[in-house]
Design a protein around this ligand. Structure first.
Ligand code: GLN
Length: 558
């Protein structure tokens, strides 16, 4: 029997986007570095059953788990900072909780009771938190539970109430409440201000939760006297007032919080005896990020949601990981594909060392993406297409190399005579939008001798999917005859999962989303390959020996 799980609750105050997700992920990293088994949960107070139906502009990236859940992007931070694998149970919303409670009520499972927020909704929340503490058949040592939103929001109240109850039930030696707040610097006064933190803690106490630890986001160090002031007004011991000074690299956050004594405090309160954390891999990652030795390469991300960086969170991080592996700086340019339609590929893309076309939905800007892909193919510029990016690469190939000038994806032209990308068989009758795509991990078999097989160093791989359309088998033979290499398929060979081109420095597309599986200390092979090729181009362009780049194999940072 494993010991019962202990908890770290993470709430936020003062403003949204305060970095609760990264703070929660960093706690996971630190506890794991002490040898503990951890998991992270995200509780989202909005009413959508999951973020899958929300626009990326509203919500940022939708993170997909192996078991096919569409989750909050914080799940991506949790997976990148710890070795825990997120599942459907690690993220739930008000909508999901109500859906379950109402369904039980309709079945008569409440035996005539009046169904209420307390206790029925809060019980459901508590049961779901407990459910997520079991991983691989046994309970984890510590579960870090982050509640979305800001204290004071009406909709987060049932979640906070559930946390209050859990702490009462489990006892203070089993639960730490960590509250993330902002300590702003007011330039005109030349002072750091503690009042927003005081008010935020006051609100927490009004709903019955006394924070044990405060994580104070700030742009400069907090003096002892500021910490004492915060301590006095918030009833939090001064040693538990932790400064989280802005970091230039997110992977520095575990180091910064460790230097402030955060993990020691958490373990003390939870009465956990553990070894001192080994943070060497984190130090190495940060050092490589800050002082790359092999120059820089510039990559263009050609998309639609370029104005909200959170839409491409995992993608962004995967490119950074690949840069760390190659010991080079990766400069990222987010390019709106509609600008390529207006000004032409050369005007916008000249100067880039690599072109990445990521996933997406809807036809706005797709012609610009196709132009960008053509430009990369013809100019020998490294290209990496993910999901929609691969589908567009197939359309580009069909139009310009296979003689199907009117080729398109059925998603953008219902009546196209040459739908080289078409709705998947299983998607035809589907009307509901939520949770109905092809989602989650599927196996893929790689063709020996291809770039894909070389990069993975394996023949069987598993990657995560989120799409409705696929490369049509009707045109597959023609495309292959014209030179498109199908380098990965489903094991039964029916679905095209990867394509590539010969005689090109790097031209690879995949139907899945490799960005969900890249880690700072274990970069994803496809991203490593792509960034390696882009670095080679950057070096060649800089007139330096391209050979050096070729020799620079990516290193695992473990
Ligand atoms: N819109 C495309 C599809 O549904 C691509 C999806 C994606 O890029 N995630 O197949």
């Amino acid at each position: 029997m494993s010991r019962p799980t202990k908890f770290v609750f993470v709430t936020g105050g003062v403003v949204s986007s305060i970095g609760k997700g990264l703070a929660a992920a960093s706690v996971g990293a630190l506890l794991e570095a002490r040898g503990l088994r951890v998991t992270n949960l995200k509780l989202d107070p909005y009413i959508n059953v999951d973020p899958g139906t929300m626009s990326p502009y509203q919500h940022g990236e939708v993170f997909v788990t192996d078991d096919g859940a569409e989750g909050d992007l914080d799940l991506g931070h949790y997976e990148r900072f710890t070795s825990s694998r997120m599942q459907r149970t690690n993220n739930f919303t008000t909508g999901k909780v109500y859906e379950a409670v109402i369904s039980k009520e309709r079945k008569g499972q409440y035996l005539g009771a009046t169904v209420q927020v307390i206790p029925h909704i809060t019980d459901e929340i508590k049961a779901r938190i407990r459910e997520a503490t079991i991983e691989g058949g046994s309970s984890v040592d510590v579960a870090i539970v982050e509640v979305g939103g800001t204290v004071g929001d009406i909709e987060s109240l049932p979640f906070l109430e559930a946390l209050r109850q859990l702490k009462l039930e489990l006892g203070p030696q089993n639960v730490v409440s960590m509250h993330v707040t902002l300590v702003p610097h007011i330039a005109a006064a030349g002072e750091l201000k503690t009042k927003p933190t005081q008010h935020s803690v006051k609100q927490m106490r009004e709903i019955g939760i006394q924070p044990d630890i405060l994580i104070c986001r700030t742009d400069r160090p907090l003096s002892r006297s500021i910490k004492e002031k915060i301590s006095l007004f918030s009833n939090v011991p001064v040693d538990s007032v932790i400064a989280a000074i802005d970091v230039s690299c997110i992977y520095e956050l575990p180091l910064a919080l460790n230097a402030e004594g955060l993990d020691t405090k958490i373990c003390e309160q939870l009465n956990i005896w553990s070894r001192r954390p080994d943070l060497t891999p984190w130090h190495r990652v940060v050092e490589r990020f800050k002082t790359p030795q092999k120059g820089a390469t510039t990559i263009g991300i050609i998309g639609k949601y370029v104005h909200l960086r959170d839409s491409y969170k995992s993608l962004h991080e995967s490119l950074i990981h690949a840069g760390i592996a190659h010991d080079c700086k990766v400069e990222l340019r987010y390019i709106d594909s509609e600008n390529i339609e207006k000004q032409g590929a050369e005007a916008i893309l000249a100067g880039l060392d690599g072109i990445l076309v990521p996933g997406g939905f809807g036809d706005r800007g797709t012609e610009g993406k196709i132009e960008a892909i053509r430009w990369a193919r013809e100019k020998g510029v490294p290209f990496f297409g993910i999901c929609l990016g691969m589908q567009m690469a197939v359309v580009e190939f069909a139009r310009h190399l296979a003689g199907l000038e009117d080729a398109n994806s059925r998603e953008f032209d219902k009546d196209t005579p040459n739908a080289v990308v078409d709705l998947m068989e299983g998607q035809r009758g589907v009307r509901d939008k939520g949770g109905t795509m092809r989602l989650g991990a599927y196996p893929c078999t790689l063709q020996p001798g291809t770039v894909a097989a070389k990069l993975y160093g394996a023949q069987e791989i598993s990657e995560r999917h989120r799409h409705r359309y696929e490369v049509s088998n009707e045109h597959r033979e023609l495309l292959v005859a014209k030179g498109l290499v199908v380098s990965g398929t489903s094991p039964d060979k029916r679905l095209v999962e990867m394509v590539e081109l010969k005689d090109h420095p790097f031209f690879v597309g995949c139907q899945f989303h490799p960005e969900f599986k890249s880690r700072p200390m274990a970069p994803h092979p496809l991203f490593a390959g792509f960034v390696g090729a882009a670095l080679e181009r950057a070096m060649a362009r800089a007139g330096r020996s391209a050979q050096t780049a070729k020799d620079s194999q990516p290193h695992s940072m473990n």
